[in-house]
Design a protein. Structure first.
Length: 106
């Protein structure tokens, strides 16, 4: 018997290197990107962000397993900090709370 026969439990490990690529975008572009994300992953982003915009909560999280996605938004001093993790990339950005208040949150 070989060495692997003794160790039957083998786990696959994915190693992601952190290469930070800072880009700049307008608030309008970020809002449009959130809409594209909502459509792509069929997420209730408008409803989740409306909880923050109306003051019902200061933090929301959404996630999916297939396809993998993690969305988190947190309100700190009238600024909404948003992080999005997809299989191929991680994004983080901030929007003023007023940007969410002006959204047509149905």
């Amino acid at each position: 018997m070989g060495y692997l026969a003794v160790h039957k439990e083998i786990s696959r490990i994915n190693v992601r290197t952190n290469i930070v690529d800072t880009q700049y975008a307008t608030g309008d572009y970020l809002v449009e990107s959130l809409e594209a994300l909502r459509i792509k992953y069929d997420l209730p982003l408008k409803q989740a962000l409306s909880f923050i915009a109306t003051g019902k909560t200061d933090s929301v999280s959404l996630g999916k397993e297939s396809p993998y996605l993690r969305f988190h938004a947190n309100l700190i001093r009238n600024v909404v900090h948003i992080s999005i993790q997809e299989p191929s990339r991680d994004l983080a950005f901030q929007l003023p709370l007023s940007s969410l208040v002006s959204l047509p949150l149905d």
